[in-house]
Write a protein that binds this ligand. Structure first.
Ligand code: COA
Length: 376
């Protein structure tokens, strides 16, 4: 048998395709969307502008932005049969499972959008607009909150807070959520985006690609980490206990969630920005408990392991300060990353090549076949 090339476990450092959407400079700690530095976008832009940027490769004009806002507003309404299905789901399932199944179900009610190709931009906008509605429909029922109303007038960030918490966010809270959505909107070939591109590369449809992506994001080594960070903070409880809890975990070879990254060798620039928002929100609410624990955790983990924080370290604290329950953290990540997933799927359709790597076979060959009746 011919020897395949050396195995790159986890496809680490493998350059799988060309893309114009997102660039990560892991050594300098820089993140670029379509040419724009994430720090400028987080300081000056909105999620709607960033979604447009990811899809179309340029920032929108004022008219294009207002058109996209109006489209998002109109597309937030869920089809009646999907509302019924969401209401029939068990109330104790994880919202990521509910989201995965609902994205898949939505495709059944939007058959015109399931044709792969450039027309998938319609599906990209619908999915981005509607994810908060799916989550809100489910979460409100399980918590006994009033039914979701159409809110075409407000931004995606404010709508997310309204859908999940049934309240109007303050200006500071809206901006904090908007920044979190901007920071999570894309990240090159992360596992869920790669899953979406693999699905699209078979000429499957956008909804199937996003269903694959939601299932992939769910894992604790990817989107699920921020939920685990908050569990860790609860376990630590107070700043003086940080050192002992971290050391005990490291002795047991456990991973400390919210630290380390496959690409960044320095601090993740998204963590730098979210740290400031965790502080600002904490100050506004007179509650710096999480912020102080996280600062202590950062310093111990860096000293003990030389690891830097990633985006998941501070996002949970930001959402907790808003009153969001931990099992909705990863779904909020999905409500943002859907812009990136769909931008990558659209790019895949433009330059389609079936993604199909090879494996180095390490199993047996030429075994003698034993009939079933003669096997022990
Ligand atoms: N806590 C403790 N040790 C960690 C660590 C963490 N968060 N992240 C990496 N390491 C250690 C590994 O144990 C390994 O040590 P070893 O060589 O002594 O065995 C070394 O660093 C390299 O880890 P590896 O898993 O090969 O790196 P990776 O590139 O595959 O890891 C992650 C990337 C994100 C999967 C990893 O850093 C991790 O599990 N982080 C925690 C989960 C998380 O926060 N995910 C969100 C990512 S945005």
């Amino acid at each position: 048998m011919p020897e395949p090339a050396e195995v790159q476990r986890g496809l680490q450092d493998v350059v799988a395709l060309e893309s114009r959407i997102c660039f990560i400079d892991g050594r300098q700690g820089r993140l670029i969307y379509q040419g724009y530095d994430i720090r400028d976008l987080a300081a000056r832009s909105t999620f709607e502008e960033v979604a447009y940027l990811l899809w179309y490769g340029r920032l929108p004009s004022a008219a294009q932005l207002s058109d996209l806002r109006a489209r998002f507003g109109a597309l937030r309404v869920l089809p009646g049969p999907l509302v019924q299905r969401i209401d029939q789901m068990p109330a104790d399932v994880h919202p990521m499972d509910l989201l995965r199944t609902s994205v898949s179900a939505l495709a059944l009610f939007e058959p015109d959008e399931t044709k792969p190709g450039a027309s998938s931009i319609g599906g990209a906008q619908r999915l981005t607009a509607v994810l908060p509605s799916i989550l809100g429909q489910f979460h409100r029922r399980r918590k006994g909150l009033p039914a979701l109303r159409a809110r075409p007038d407000i931004s995606q960030a404010a709508y997310l807070v309204y859908a999940l918490l049934d309240r109007e966010p303050t200006e500071l809270e809206t901006r904090a959520v908007d920044v979190a959505l901007i920071l999570h909107a894309d990240h090159e070939l992360n596992a869920s985006t790669f899953a979406a591109r693999v699905t699209a590369s078979t000429l499957s449809d956008l909804y199937s690609a996003v269903t694959s992506a939601v299932g992939t994001l769910k894992g604790p080594l990817h989107g699920g980490a921020n939920e685990r960070v908050m569990e860790l903070l609860d376990e630590i409880g107070s700043v003086p206990r940080t050192e002992q809890v971290v050391r005990d975990k490291l002795v047991r070879h456990e991973r400390i969630m919210g630290f380390g990254h496959r690409v960044y060798k320095v601090e993740d620039p998204r963590a730098t920005i979210l740290r400031e928002w965790a502080r600002k929100l904490g100050e506004a609410k007179g509650d710096l408990h999480y912020y102080e624990l996280l600062r202590a955790l950062e310093s111990v983990v860096h000293r003990e392991k030389g690891l830097y924080p990633n985006v998941d370290l501070y996002s949970g604290a930001v959402y907790s300060l808003l009153g969001v329950p931990p099992d909705l953290f990863t779904p909020i990540f999905a409500a943002s990353r859907v812009a990136g997933w769909t931008a990558h799927v659209l790019e895949e359709y433009q330059d389609l090549r079936l993604i199909r790597p090879t494996a180095k076979y390490v199993g047996a060959v030429d075994l003698p076949y034993v009939p079933v009746g003669e096997r022990n």
